[in-house]
Design a protein. Structure first.
Length: 89
C-alpha cells in the first residue's frame, strides 16, 4: 500500500518542481530576450559603446567613462554571452 502512495507523491512532487522550474526558466528567458532585443536594436536613446567578456569589465569601462566625462550614465546589458556597455545616444 505504501508503494503506490509513495510513487504518486514522488510523481506529484516532481510535477510541481518541473512547473516551478519551467516558470522560472520562462521568466529568465523573457528577461534575456528583452535585454537581447534592446541590445541588438539599440534601446531608444542608447548606443552600444563596447562589448566585454565579463560584467566587471563592462562596469570598469562604464565607470571610466563617467570619470572622464564621456557620459553621465551607463548600463551593462548581457547579450549573447557578452556584456554590452550601453551609453546615452
Amino acid at each position: 500500500m505504501h508503494g503506490p502512495t509513495r510513487t504518486a507523491a514522488t510523481v506529484a512532487a516532481g510535477v510541481v518542481m518541473a512547473l516551478a522550474l519551467t516558470g522560472a526558466g520562462a521568466a529568465a528567458t523573457i528577461a534575456t530576450a528583452s535585454a537581447a532585443a534592446a541590445s541588438e536594436t539599440g534601446a531608444q536613446g542608447w548606443d552600444v559603446s563596447g562589448s566585454f567578456d565579463t560584467r566587471q569589465e563592462c562596469v570598469t569601462a562604464g565607470d571610466a567613462g563617467l570619470a572622464d566625462g564621456s557620459w553621465a550614465q551607463y548600463r551593462c546589458v548581457l547579450f549573447e554571452a557578452r556584456w554590452d556597455l550601453m551609453t546615452p545616444a
